[in-house]
Ligand binder design. Structure first.
Ligand SMILES: Nc1ncnc2c1ncn2[C@@H]1O[C@H](COP(=O)(O)OP(=O)(O)OP(=O)(O)O)[C@@H](O)[C@H]1O
Ligand SMILES: [Mg+2]
Length: 465
């Protein structure tokens, strides 16, 4: 597994690396500049001597006068340069003039390693020489140009350059090391605010989710990160609160039927009873257990829907026909309550038939429940190019405006008298309906005004063709 490299180490290495690169390039340029300077200086020296030789020899009108050149004059030419050797040969290779070390004279006469086009360096007895050659016109009438070669001992220059290079590279290495250490210290200091931030983050517990980190205390570079973190904290807080409300709601909802069963069973067992009494008690417990079972399966459905585990099958559903089937199902209840059901319009969608039936049934059962005797529930179905629309509208007591946004929440019942002790309804119907509609890519909304409550479902018709 690849271990994460510490930020401090990474930045220090990058810092040291960048410093090394800059020093390396400057060192190389500096080294080249020094070498060039030495070379230029040597060439000026040799060219100067070359001019002197040219001047002396151009005055001589015979080979003899060249050979008999005054030794003092010879050594005057190389005065101040004991490390210089000069040879002049005629075009047949015969030595006309020489001054300097014997060995070097021979080497220059040999011509080995010497080219005419450019000055070269060569080694002799652990010494390094720079050599320049040229041709020169003699003062002898009708003579051909002679060749002159000059060598200059540059050993000390070379040693100086070598020492210079060594110190340069040691300096670069040392500087890189020092910059690495300084960089490490600087990065550690620079990252201190990060430590401060991580201490603040470590302090966040489930009780402090509503306390965002103060952006003003954070360095500018980290503000964007912390602001994103604060937003995440707010979402977490919201989810956490919903979860804890949900846990207490569910505990409350489960508590009631369990308590009922317990009390009834205790009362039944408190003395000897007739078989009929036990039967009645069991019947009542069964009703509570059915309620519990319905609640648990509703919760399971919602949990699966929340986690995206429900994928609806795709079949064609004729909404008018489905509504008529539901009317038949509620026929007995409607008759008992003296309520009428009307449906108009038609539309076709693609989706899961059982789920759509459940959603519509939840809305219809609510509407029937809240419609006063003798009045009617109106269902209108319509469609356009993109959506099918179903509205279920009933007269009756309005849902107060402050409750309207909450009626799709779990266990929410607008009528306070029904929140306690209602054994029939648990307050999950609309939550499940909303889930089903959303699973099908649709939306649901509620309106309650002027004595009428209306739920509208919009379902997309894509996939119909
Ligand atoms: N058509 C309606 N008219 C007036 N109030 C309504 C209507 N439909 C829903 N409500 C209000 O919204 C609340 C939530 O409805 P929901 O269907 O979610 O729960 P429920 O009907 O009480 O219980 P469940 O559907 O789980 O048996 C209801 O308790 C009721 O107060
Ligand atoms: Mg309901």
């Amino acid at each position: 597994m690849k271990l994460p490299v510490s930020l401090t180490l990474r930045l220090s290495l990058l810092f040291a690396g960048a410093t090394a690169c800059v020093l390396l390039v400057s060192g190389l340029l500096f080294e080249r500049a020094v070498e060039k300077q030495f070379h230029k200086h040597d060439m000026e020296e040799m060219n100067g001597k070359m001019d002197m030789v040219r001047e002396v020899l151009s005055n001589k009108t015979s080979y003899e006068s060249i050979k008999a050149l005054n030794p003092q004059l010879r050594y005057a030419i190389v005065a101040g340069h004991p490390d210089m050797t000069i040879t002049v040969v005629d075009n047949h290779g015969t030595l006309l003039f020489s001054v300097g070390q014997e060995k070097m004279v021979k080497l220059l006469l040999d011509g080995s390693g010497v080219t005419k086009t450019q000055p070269v360096t060569l080694s002799l007895d652990n010494h390094t020489f720079r050599i320049a050659t040229d041709s020169l016109e003699l003062g002898i009438p009708s003579s051909r140009p002679a060749n002159v070669a000059i060598s200059l001992d540059i050993t000390s220059d070379q040693e100086f350059i070598e020492d210079f290079k060594m110190f340069l590279w040691i300096g670069i290495g040392g500087c890189t090391l020092v910059m690495g250490v300084l960089g490490w210290m600087a990065v550690r200091r620079g990252l201190l605010p990060l430590k401060h931030v991580s201490t603040m983050l470590a302090d966040i517990s489930t009780h402090r989710l509503d306390n965002p980190i103060l952006i003003s205390e954070i360095p500018r570079e980290l503000q964007e990160l912390i602001s994103a973190f604060n937003k995440m904290l707010a979402r977490l807080n919201c989810a956490f609160q919903r979860l804890s409300e949900f846990s207490s709601d569910i505990a409350h909802e489960l508590n009631m039927p369990i308590n009922n069963m317990m009390v009834q069973t205790q009362v039944t067992l408190s003395c000897e009873r007739e078989a009929m009494d036990y039967r009645t008690n069991l019947q009542s417990n069964l009703e509570e257990l059915e309620r519990l079972s319905r609640m648990v399966s509703d919760m399971l459905f919602l949990a699966m829907a929340d986690n995206g585990l429900i994928v609806p099958t795709r079949e064609v559903i004729y909404l008018h026909a489905e509504m008529v089937k539901l009317f038949d199902f509620y026929d007995a209840l409607v008759g008992e309550r003296g309520v009428q059901l009307h449906v108009s319009g038609a539309a076709t969608i693609v989706g899961n038939r059982l789920m759509i039936q459940r959603a519509l049934s939840n809305l219809l059962s609510n509407a029937i429940r809240f419609t006063p005797e003798g009045m009617a529930v109106d269902v209108t179905i319509s469609e356009d190019m993109d959506n099918a629309m179903i509205t279920i509208e009933n007269p009756g007591q309005e849902i107060p405006a402050e409750h309207l946004p909450k009626i799709f929440e779990r266990f929410y019942r607008a009528d306070p008298s029904r929140r306690e002790g209602d054994t029939e309804n648990v307050g999950l119907g609309l939550t499940i309906t909303k889930s089903i509609v959303e699973i099908h890519g649709g939306t649901i909304s509620a309106k309650s005004e002027k004595g009428r409550t209306c739920f509208t479902i919009m379902l997309p018709q894509h996939g119909l063709n």
